[in-house]
Write a protein of this length. Structure first.
Length: 542
């Protein structure tokens, strides 16, 4: 395929800089809302399973028109189509990028026969495990890391109310034994299934935990390893060498951080069942179609990706905070960190030329309202402007055990949750002027300070941007659409930046140095090390 030019090589790049200097830098959200009574209607967009309110962002129609032109100049549509057509867009590894094929309905999409066969085998195995009367399994321990952990762990937690009681899912990822040890404490070999998830089956952490789990299993009286250990991997040979006889395989065109839709989703399928897993895929597929077919100016992943570029490269915002107002989405920020930062945390373009502009922002966050009582202080009054992404879910889904008065109480808590979510984005935007703060009483402020000083501490600059995504309910389908939205948005900004969003060479150096240091942790030999590493190593061994 031919790759269109990088964003900075489009003539629109300098037009965007001019637009930023003329309008963007001084853009005031409060003025925009006062001047544009239709601002919410104009800047909210419907995509499958969700509504996105972009109106509280520092953007106007002319800037968006320039950004859309930039997308066209960069050949965004042809880059997207190349991905969907299975071209080897991950050129540094010579691989196609086809997570979208995993969620295409049967008969559609590339490799459909292989995909459907793998899906059916995985789902029927998951159903057999879920039938605990037959399987005898009460606990599933999923061992994997990065893309082989974050997606499944995030989804299983998010869809907790769709899981069946009596079957517990545990996720172990860290090479730190403090991750595995407490999980093993309450388990019995006869009722435990270990799923060893590793695309490469070479990952240090996963193999170490798998070996430790096997030792525990045998020491605790387990005997049938073949029945109690399965693998999900594209390296079936290595899994077999480990002694695992049942491996659900997948393909090199599924990237690790895009793999929850593949057999790596086995713990999800065990937790929520085949029908719900298919609904997760269907929601993602609906978003794929939206991304593939909707004109750019109404295409939500495109709009979000363009906004990300506008903020990163022109406003210079270096981070974005994600605030899901749903406890089930508590692991979403961690999942998005890998998705976005491992994909777009790159410093060279596709030809290997050093980039003269910034790429991935830092992505971080916490479920609301918890974050409000931790770092929101900084979002409101700190010296950095950090765009916030709120995710609100209209309706609750607590499960049948919530009845009567408790149901009423939780319904009230849901109203409180939503009020908090709306209030935070409103507060970020509106702020509070010095005069407003001065006019207010501040009963808890020190009487030793004069009113003007107190007012300076109590005022808010406001004009802080946010996006709000609204889901009707957190279901397998809506979650699938939400995740796919984020995947495609990351694709969009990566495509415009002209980078390969699908490799991750940046993780290699640390792994190699770890390999060299590991024997020194036994021998204590510090010869040739820099004084910091040598000093720390000696201190650790003393
Ligand atoms: O952290 C690097 C990485 O390669 C990720 O991209 C990947 O998701 C993770 O390690 C786990 O890899 P594997 O599934 O091969 O064990």
């Amino acid at each position: 395929m031919s790759f269109a030019s990088r964003c900075d090589r489009s003539p629109v790049w300098s037009a965007l800089q001019q637009r930023f200097d003329a309008v963007g830098r001084s853009f005031d959200l409060r003025r925009a809302f006062a001047d544009e009574p239709q601002r919410f209607a104009d800047w909210s967009f419907q995509a499958p399973e969700l509504l996105a309110d972009l109106s509280k962002n520092r953007i106007d129609a002319e800037t968006l028109a320039l950004l859309l032109q930039l997308a066209r100049d960069c050949g965004l549509e042809s880059q997207r189509d190349a991905m969907l057509a299975g071209e080897a867009i991950n050129h540094t590894e010579g691989r196609a990028v086809l997570h979208t094929a995993l969620r295409a309905p049967a008969g559609q999409g590339l490799f459909t026969e292989d995909v459907q066969a793998s899906l059916s085998a995985m789902l029927s195995y998951a159903e057999s495990v879920r039938d605990s009367a037959r399987s005898g399994i009460t606990d599933v321990v999923h061992i994997g890391i990065g893309g082989s952990d974050l997606g499944p762990a995030m989804v299983v937690r998010a869809l907790q109310s769709f899981t069946q009681p009596g079957l517990k899912l545990h996720f172990v990822s860290n090479v730190d034994g403090h991750d595995l040890a407490p999980v093993l404490r309450d388990l019995k070999p006869a009722t435990t299934l270990f799923v060893i998830a590793s695309k490469t089956f070479t990952t240090q952490e996963t193999l170490a935990n798998a070996l430790a789990a096997r030792s525990w299993f045998l020491a605790a009286g387990g005997s049938d390893i073949a029945r109690h250990f399965v693998a999900t991997s594209s390296n079936t040979a290595a899994a077999a060498e480990f002694g695992i006889t049942t491996t659900f395989g997948f393909w090199d065109w599924v990237g690790g951080r895009y793999s929850l839709w593949s057999v790596i989703g086995l713990p999800i399928a065990i937790a929520i069942g085949a029908e719900n897993f298919r609904a997760l895929l269907a929601g993602a597929h609906a978003m794929d179609q939206h991304f593939a077919q909707t004109p750019l100016e109404k295409n939500l992943p495109v709009l979000l990706g363009l906004l990300d570029l506008w903020y990163r490269n022109f406003h210079g915002f270096s981070s974005r905070s994600v605030a899901p107002y749903h406890q089930g989405l508590g692991r979403l920020p961690a999942y998005l960190q890998q998705l976005e930062m491992e994909s777009n945390g790159k410093g060279v373009d596709r030809e290997g030329q050093v980039l003269p502009y910034a790429t991935s922002p830092v992505v971080w966050g916490e479920a609301g309202t918890n974050g409000q009582h931790a770092y929101f202080q900084m979002l409101h009054q700190g010296t950095d402007v950090i765009p916030v992404e709120f995710i609100a879910v209209k309706r609750t889904h607590h499960g049948p055990h919530i009845q009567g008065e408790l149901q009423e109480r939780l319904a009230d808590q849901q109203r409180k949750l939503l009020a908090n979510c709306l209030a935070q984005s409103q507060a970020l935007m509106q702020g509070k002027s010095f005069d407003e703060a001065l006019a207010e009483s501040a009963p808890t402020a020190s009487k030793a300070l004069d009113a003007a000083t107190v007012a300076r501490h109590r005022s808010f600059s406001g004009n802080r941007p946010s996006t709000t995504l609204v889901l009707d309910q957190l279901t397998p389908r809506s979650l699938g659409a939400l995740i796919a939205l984020y995947e495609h948005r990351v694709f969009v900004s990566g495509a415009l930046w002209g980078i390969n969003s699908f490799d991750q060479w940046g993780v290699e150096l640390g792994k190699a140095l770890c390999g060299q240091l590991l024997p020194r942790l036994s021998s204590g030999d510090v010869t040739g090390l820099d004084s910091s590493t040598a000093g720390l190593l000696k201190h650790l061994l003393a």
